[in-house]
Design a protein around this ligand. Structure first.
Ligand code: CUA
Length: 340
């Protein structure tokens, strides 16, 4: 009976399409909460109306009976809701864990929130942003991903131009039931596995200024074969291959003269080598520790003396704050990821 109710409510049209397992599970949880609320409402309000009639004063001489309490009844109306609340909590926690579990082999795509567009950058250097179609109509940036494949998005907010200021955005895909803030000067991550093909809407879910409502993009979920063809550039009419993100990082490594202090072969120089740096636990002179992830590398570039790696002298590296672009930092991170 309850499962029938859940199926009915899930299939109802008031929810956006559900194109991931997480979205489907969330629909079930939502339906469960909705149905248990409706049942509670009927019992509560129905009981109240019934009692209003049943215990209405019949004559002016009726005395109000003295009623104290009923342990059994009180226990039941506390315990049943408690069980329902705990079930919702456990169910929600289970789905949340699934939402935040990142697959190591996920397809990684960088997402940049700008005032006021979304931009996507693939590892092969392919960049996608808003375009215009043949009729001059705006075509929102469309991310292409293969179906049934875990995708990891690495989000950050960047400036559109050097005079600009980066602001907070939020990447929201209703059909996948996922949402993640994109913050200036920091990386955040989001993962999803679309199990249905189609074109899905992306919104910005954080008020970020005058262009907020037009900050839309799309995610196109295609078959694995179509995705491979798209990567090769066949669908895009053989788009010229750009430098890969890691190659851009290698170029930035030379351009910003990182090369003077950081080797790529594991031998120490003025600073630690970049070989094997990625994902490694770093110990600092001040006794602290951190795992070398995106935010650690970013901080090491912007504020190099905050955490100096054990055995290295402080104040050897200048800050690159205000000089290096967010794009170069992201590319350097990708380059470091390849230096296993
Ligand atoms: Cu970006 Cu709202």
């Amino acid at each position: 009976m309850i499962s029938m109710f859940i199926a009915m409510a899930s299939a109802s049209t008031f929810m956006p399409p559900a194109a991931t397992q997480v979205a489907k599970q969330l629909n079930h949880l939502y339906a469960f909460m909705l149905i248990s609320s409706v049942i509670s409402f009927i019992i509560l309000v129905g009981g109240m109306i019934y009692f209003v009639y049943k215990y209405k004063r019949k004559t002016a001489n009726d005395k109000t009976p003295y009623i104290s309490h009923n342990h059994t009844l009180e226990f039941i109306w506390s315990f049943i809701p408690f069980v329902i609340f705990m079930a919702c909590f456990a169910w929600g926690a289970y789905i949340y864990k699934e939402m935040r579990t990142f697959d190591e082999n996920a397809l990684e795509i960088n997402v940049y929130g700008k005032k006021w567009v979304w931009e996507f950058e693939y590892k092969d250097g392919r960049k996608i942003t808003n375009g215009v179609d043949a009729n001059g109509k705006l075509e929102p940036a469309t991310m292409v991903v293969p179906v049934n494949t875990p995708v990891k998005l690495l989000l950050t907010s960047v400036k559109l131009s050097p005079e600009d200021k980066a602001v907070l955005h939020s990447f929201f895909v209703p059909a996948f039931r996922v949402k993640q803030d994109a913050l200036p000067g920091r990386y955040t991550a989001l993962t999803f596995t679309a199990d249905e093909k189609g074109l899905f809407q992306v919104f910005c879910a954080e008020y970020c200024g005058t262009g907020h409502s037009s900050m839309m993009a799309k995610i196109k979920v295609v078959s694995k074969e179509d995705f491979d063809a798209w990567v090769l550039g066949e669908e895009a009419g053989g788009a010229p291959k750009e430098m890969t993100l890691a190659d851009k990082g290698r170029a930035a490594y030379a351009k910003w003269a990182c090369i003077g202090c950081h080797t790529l072969d594991g031998s120490p120089s003025t600073g630690p080598s970049w070989k094997g740096l990625w994902g490694n636990e770093r110990s600092f002179n001040d006794g602290g520790k951190a795992v070398a992830d995106e935010n650690y590398i970013r901080e090491s570039i912007m504020d190099p003396n905050k955490h100096v790696v054990k055995g290295f002298e402080p104040n050897k590296m200048p800050t690159f704050k205000g000089m290096i672009s967010d794009e170069d930092i992201t590319a350097i991170i990708e380059f470091i990821k390849t230096l296993k």
